[in-house]
Ligand binder design. Structure first.
Ligand code: ADP
Ligand code: MG
Length: 454
């Protein structure tokens, strides 16, 4: 790899256009990093994290201040300098910690001028359509005043308009793996000029069965590219993928010692299955959430609860994987604008949604997997704001409740509402303090043979 990089560094054979100068600078930085990795400040001599100390351009600093970003989050402070060094990085951090900007900032700042490079320079793979839109919006926000061409490509939208946008000199492409492959197959997405590939929410992409598609895409990307992988968790499947497709990746672990949702008040209610809906109504009435997501386990359940809820309350909507993309987009933008106050959702679409005014999460159905609990609850309390989460637990689901408590290393507070007492949920003998998660925690989630469609 290094020799290949050195071989590319032959300025004599290349005209010194701004793009070539920038390219050489990037390669030189990468070489420097491998020769002397200690040039990154050691934790003790680190300056306090400030965007001004991260070697960013003036226009980027201006865009950041316009976005209201005053200081980098931990993952940003760690990842940006390494990404600017051109090396491969695995960044682990919880949801809501600013991972999008962590990879978006260095990519935008290193883009070569549109006039110099014809094809897309960076490709960001994301698990869902909603995230594709969200990441694109964040990149647009961060490139304020810089005329950066960013295109989101995802299924459910007419391919024609995406092709047109790709042709109009897209510099950054954000997309779901299936649609990206489709564009590659049609020749509408050229990969030759890519110098950076990002696997965002990598754990989720693998969960929903995107590994073969991701591998197909990575195999076709230029070998000398930089690869950045962002994930809340690093199960062995991700590490294997990284081993195969990344070059000497550096791992940054910004996850808290225990995966938990510290600032969020978390309650559970024991309730009989047949009384859940009445409890939901009562809670909404009592809490008057600013905005809430009501999570259900299945698509059918999501629709049913939404139908019932919409007959009683204004400002409700639902979202799940079977809906037409146009309807999903409409619901998401109405939710962002605050026109929808109560969103009934399944896990797949709930994951990664970043709407800062979500005050309440209601787990109408207890999540099947502990990870899903953390991700659902993480939709509130974004960027350190406070939030409240309620989980409905039937008497047979005590075991699931215990597993969640073990995972977050904290007991949920038992909530009681008069008239809704069920038989006591039998937690599987939880002592005062739940046991910390076992060391094999990375493998906690059972492997799924089939793509889980929610
Ligand atoms: P993640 O990908 O880790 O789940 P996001 O990238 O979606 O997190 O960021 C969560 C929210 O934090 C977004 O609304 C984003 O605009 C905001 N954000 C990111 N970085 C900063 C920062 N440095 N200062 C303030 N807000 C930030
Ligand atoms: Mg993210």
């Amino acid at each position: 790899m290094l020799s290949r990089l050195c071989a590319q560094q032959q300025p004599a054979t290349l005209t010194q256009t701004p793009a070539v100068v920038k390219f050489n600078k990037r390669i030189a930085r990468r070489l420097d990093h491998f020769r002397a990795p200690h040039t990154l400040a050691s934790p003790t001599e680190k300056k306090p994290p400030r965007f001004e100390n991260l070697d960013l351009s003036k226009s980027m600093l201006k865009a950041l201040s316009q976005a209201g970003y005053e200081t980098p989050t931990p993952i940003q402070a760690e990842l940006i300098p390494r990404a600017l060094d051109g090396i491969d990085v695995i960044g682990q951090a919880q949801t809501g910690t600013g991972k999008t900007a962590a990879f978006g900032i260095p990519i935008i700042d290193d883009l070569e001028p549109r006039s110099e490079v014809a094809g897309p320079q960076a490709l960001v793979l994301v698990p869902t359509r909603e995230l594709a839109v969200q990441v694109k919006n964040e990149i647009t926000k961060l490139s304020e005043g810089q005329r950066v061409g960013c295109v989101a490509v995802y299924g459910g939208k007419p391919i024609r308009s995406q092709i047109e946008k790709l042709n109009r000199n897209a510099q950054i492409v954000v997309g779901t793996p299936g649609r990206v492959l489709d564009h590659i197959g049609r020749g509408s997405l050229r990969l030759n000029d890519l110098w950076c590939v990002v696997l965002d929410e990598a754990d989720r992409m693998l969960d929903i069965g995107f590994r073969p598609d991701i591998e197909k895409i990575l195999k076709r990307c230029p070998k000398d590219r930089q690869t950045l992988l962002l994930s809340a968790t690093l199960p062995p499947t991700i590490l294997r993928l990284a081993q195969r497709y990344m070059y000497k990746p550096e791992t940054i672990d910004c996850s808290p010692a225990e995966l938990s949702v510290e600032t969020i008040e978390q309650h559970y209610f024991t309730v009989d299955q047949g009384r859940k809906f009445d409890l939901l109504l009562r809670l909404i009435e009592q809490e008057q959430p600013k905005q809430a997501i009501v999570f259900c386990r299945t698509k059918r359940g999501t629709e049913r609860i939404h139908n019932q809820l919409s007959q009683r309350i204004k400002g409700t909507a639902c979202i799940h994987g079977d809906m037409q993309q146009r309807a999903r987009d409409r619901v998401m933008s109405q939710f962002r604008e605050g026109k929808v106050r109560y969103l009934v959702a399944t896990d797949v679409v709930g994951r990664g949604i970043d709407v800062s005014s979500i005050s309440h999460i209601i787990n109408y159905d207890i999540p099947q997997f502990c990870d899903d609990y953390v991700h659902r609850v993480g939709r509130t309390g974004r960027m350190g704001r406070e939030g409240v989460a309620f989980t409905f637990v039937t008497s047979e689901e005590g075991g699931e409740l215990t597993k969640i408590e073990q995972r977050i290393n904290r007991l949920l507070i038992r909530g009681e509402i008069k008239g809704f007492e069920s038989q006591q949920t039998s937690r599987t003998s939880v002592s005062e303090k739940p046991k910390p998660p076992p060391p094999t925690s990375l493998m906690r989630r059972p492997p799924r043979k089939h793509r889980r469609r929610l």
